[in-house]
Design a protein around this ligand. Structure first.
Ligand SMILES: Cc1ncc(COP(=O)(O)O)c(C=O)c1O
Length: 417
């Protein structure tokens, strides 16, 4: 990805009402939300004030060596929010570093080499992750794959586009569990060589796909049986995006390691974290540090953001209802829209040549994106992809969201009828 490769607009400013203004005078409803890193609006006043106060008081400081009270408070707040037996926090600057750290923790804890992960997920673009887990697009992975040993893959358990079917047209993602058992564990790697499972509870970049309850039952049983560390990457899905605090809460998941980022920054400075159990993190030698880790201003902004989260989740659930009602009906209306998924403030339309074959249709998706832009809706679209993703601020005014959905319905009529 190069600067400006896919987006022709240059930002002039964003405003609190959920609009983006570009330097050419165009205005769009903002369905990007800084890829999820600005969940409460561009720069909420309480976040700004907390950050400025912390800057004035503490300045820049390296928090992994010299901590300040906000750092301790944020760790405690995150632990209180985390499910299950999570009691520990390791700070990182980016989500990518959190994923890398979690893989190292799982390997250290178990003394095993392999990580089981799922095709189509996205975890960042460091050498290791671009080489391995970032298989959302082959072009991200190509060129790096030879440099990433220790990973094995199953297809992502998709609710719509399953790799395996019992009968034509059906999707049953518990077949992914059978594939792991009957193929990977039988023919590729013994279970006692696997340290952990790295999974996005809802796969955002892939197109907001969520596994079923029966998949989770199968996966968590395997983790328990084989002593695999369950690593949930909630860097995109966590802290309200899915309409729950953690997307894993939708299925009652209790991961051993839980990764957060994006929304954590609350529209302020970059920050992310690994949350984990005592068993894994109390006596670790894995360092996940860095010069800019949990710098006090960033931490103060994150704390102010957590205060905004409960109301933002209530709003996200309203957006969910509007989206399901207004965009859900497009699936019935058009042969070329195969599926629509919406969890909280997170939705995806899936473009297909026809419903029976579900063959991906990136060119119609790209044309739809252009039609939506002409009507003032700016969401996440790549020309190679057939899913079109809505990822607004959790706090987007429901009226603006409803208006956006209406514009998308007109755009669909333009490109599909
Ligand atoms: C699920 C997931 N994991 C990890 C990352 C990487 O996070 P960062 O861009 O902060 O390094 C992303 C970023 O989009 C993500 O969506």
């Amino acid at each position: 990805m190069h600067l400006g490769e896919t987006c022709p607009f240059i930002l002039d400013y964003k405003d609190e009402s959920g609009l983006i203004h570009d330097v050419d005078g165009n205005t769009f409803a903002n369905h990007l939300a800084a890829w999820g890193a600005a969940p409460y609006g561009p720069f909420p006043p309480t976040v700004r004030k907390a950050m400025c106060d912390a800057w004035d008081r503490y300045g820049m400081e390296i928090s992994c060596f010299l901590q300040s009270p906000p750092v301790v408070e944020l760790a405690e707040r995150l632990i209180a929010l985390a499910p299950g037996k999570i009691t520990r926090v390791a700070p990182t600057v980016t989500g990518t570093e959190a994923v890398e750290g979690a893989i190292r923790l799982a390997r250290e804890h178990t003394g095993r080499p392999m990580i089981l992960t799922f095709l189509g997920q996205y975890h960042g673009e460091s050498t290791y992750l671009a080489a391995s887990a970032s298989t959302e697009l082959a072009e991200i992975t190509t060129g790096s794959t030879p440099y990433a040993p220790g990973l094995m893959f199953a297809p992502y358990p998709s609710s719509y586009r399953g790799a395996f079917t019992r009968e034509p047209g059906s999707v049953d993602d518990s077949l992914v569990i059978d594939y792991i058992n009957d193929w990977l564990l039988r023919h590729q790697v013994e279970a006692n060589q696997i340290a952990g499972v790295l999974i996005e509870p809802i796969a955002g970049e892939l197109g907001v796909y969520a596994p079923s309850g029966s998949f989770w039952a199968g996966l968590t049983a395997m983790c328990a049986d084989h002593g695999w560390v369950l690593i949930c990457d909630e860097i995109q899905s966590g802290l309200g995006r899915s309409g729950a605090v953690w997307a894993g809460d939708l299925w009652g998941l209790e991961p051993d390691l839980l990764l957060t980022g994006k929304s954590l920054s609350a529209g302020g400075q970059p920050m992310a974290a690994i949350l984990g159990t005592d068993a894994i993190m109390a006596k670790t030698n894995v360092h996940t540090t860095g010069t800019y880790v949990w710098e006090p201003g960033a931490v103060a902004g994150a704390l102010a953001g957590l205060d905004l989260m409960p109301a933002a989740i209530d709003n996200a659930l309203q957006l969910q209802e509007i989206g399901r009602q207004k965009l859900g009906s497009l699936v019935e209306r058009y042969e070329g829209i195969g599926d629509y998924r919406q969890y909280g403030a997170w939705g995806a339309l899936e473009f297909v040549t026809d419903k029976a074959s579900k063959r991906p249709d990136p060119s119609t998706q790209a044309a739809f994106h252009q039609a939506a832009l002409r009507r003032g809706v700016f969401a996440i679209s790549f020309p190679q992809k057939w899913t079109y993703r809505l990822q607004p601020e959790l706090t987007m005014d429901p009226d603006l969201f409803a208006w956006s959905c209406d514009q998308l319905a007109v755009a669909a009529e333009e490109v599909l009828s």
